[in-house]
Design a binder for this molecule. Sequence first.
Ligand code: SF4
Ligand code: SF4
Length: 386
Amino acid sequence: MPDTPFYEVNEAIVLSGGVDLNTCMQCGMCAAVCPWREVDGEFIVRRMIRLGQMGLEGNEVEDILYGCTTCNKCVINCPRGVDIIGIMRAIRTMTAEMGGTPDTLRAVIGSCDSNGNPWGEKREKRTDWMKGLDVPAYTAETEYLLSVCCTSCYDSRSRNIARSLVKLLTTAGVSFGVIGVEENCCGESLRKTGDESGFMKLAEANIGLFNGRGVKKIIVTSPHCYHTYTREYPEIGGEWEVIHHSQLLAQLVADGKLKVPAALAKKVAYHDPCYLGRHSEIFDEPRAVLAAAGVETVEMPREKRFSLCCGGGGGRVWMETPAEKRFSVLRVNEAVNAGAEILATACPYCVSLLEDSRKTENLEDKLEVLDLSEVLLRSMEGETVR
Ligand code: SF4
Ligand code: SF4
């Protein structure tokens, strides 16, 4: 943070599309539900609003402002309808303009600018996840563009999500294809970390690419891509029919295009990702996929709109969080305590963070973390059946 001891930001927030901070009546209902309260007792959301009302000062900014995972829990709990995420994003954007973006996020921003992905990997490696698989290229005759999240393109664990989905789509006879190395990150993390110009660069490149190829329908593997393609790209010329893979898999099962010969003999808990559940209200389809897989589902505390954030949204996935402050640690323990052998979810960030916490908590013998596509494929392949 540069030497900017104090300045008023409320007017600037309103000018940049955020709500007037004076709408807030300091009731504290947002703070009561913020997941940070569970790991360090900090009322991060109210401190964030205070930052906006009183001004930005010193190193408070990185600790408070970049702690928010944009989980949306405070927003849906606010009686005044204060768009707290919008306020946070506006303050982060102003902080970025002053050169105050944390170093770890700068590396991510730089990689998106030069490589089109946040992973610091070369663009040409974007399709490495497809090795050994017959993945069709998208053409004018293809029904769906399969837009694979950067995490599932580059992260070795996450690649299996995309690979499992391709096997399921192929089995079901879905007309789909990929564009490949020309595609860019959707830019969701950049926008949430305050790099608005970086977001626009990626978004405009993707919109030009997809529209130029005549894309009408898109399958996404990440709720973050889903949110960006459905809520943010339409404002700048990108409008398609977008479906998250949990929705499509539920449809394919209901239509009898994916048949499960025997039930998977596992107890499974489902973790609602913030951007699929609270942000997009997709709660039923993932559960329909698990039901189709024939697993025995067990309930964790805090399901559906009350789900606990994994800790990866809002750019946090790229930042270091001490083990004792990780929401994902709470979540894997909740799954084990509920009797689950598999913690299923439907977001590459959730899989990544829950997988890490499963390991750091020494739960590898007790709990697996899987995407829905992996659960369904295992069940169809009859890996462990009852
Ligand atoms: S819940 Fe809404 S009105 Fe209450 S303190 Fe939080 S932002 Fe302000
Ligand atoms: S969006 Fe989530 S993490 Fe951010 S302040 Fe609100 S409740 Fe806390």
